[in-house]
Ligand binder design. Structure first.
Ligand SMILES: Nc1ncnc2c1ncn2[C@@H]1O[C@H](COP(=O)(O)OP(=O)(O)OP(=O)(O)O)[C@@H](O)[C@H]1O
Ligand SMILES: [Mg+2]
Length: 146
């Protein structure tokens, strides 16, 4: 599926709609991974902000570039959104040291991964939704969902 979001709000709305589908689609056996790829400024963090909003998370989601990982609880549910940014990641071992395997094994987790292209081969094929972001104009972004 391919969507053109004409501004940041639209990108967030696409993510909010996906969040609703994710909540309806639970439970799973393992974590759900949202693998977000695409160049700098293509809207990955904006998308995760919309996702968090759609899940009912009130906290302001910022890019976790320096922390690499940030986790948010979904109010009223045993579900967690984990936001990871692989931009500064040097090796898969670095991701492992953050407890990545444990995150993936736990069906309570929704793992949103920015710069997922850097760790693509380590992502579980069955439980990963691949999203690609592209610039399509100053305020337009193309979002390709798997
Ligand atoms: N349609 C759009 N969707 C998302 N962001 C948009 C859109 N139009 C303009 N923007 C702007 O583009 C920037 C996107 O930044 P964002 O941090 O979401 O990108 P990113 O892909 O996470 O970048 P990075 O690779 O640096 O993490 C923001 O400043 C946002 O306001
Ligand atoms: Mg980002």
């Amino acid at each position: 599926m391919e969507i053109v979001a004409k501004n940041p709000k639209e990108t967030q709305r696409v993510a909010e709609a996906l969040a609703q589908e994710i909540l309806v689609g639970r439970p799973q056996k393992r974590a759900l991974v949202l693998a977000l790829s695409g160049e700098l400024g293509s809207g990955k963090t904006s998308f995760v902000q919309g996702l968090a909003k759609g899940l009912g998370i009130r906290a302001k989601v910022k890019s976790p570039s320096f922390l690499l990982l940030k986790q948010y609880g979904v109010p009223g549910r045993e579900i967690f959104l984990t936001h990871l940014d692989c931009y500064r990641l040097n090796s898969f071992e670095d991701l492992e040291s953050l407890g990545f395997s444990d995150l993936l094994a736990d069906p309570k987790n929704i793992v949103a991964l920015e710069w997922a292209e850097k760790v693509k081969k380590y992502l579980p094929k069955n439980n990963t939704l691949f999203l690609k972001f592209e610039h399509a104009g100053e305020k337009s972004r193309k979002i390709k969902i798997q």
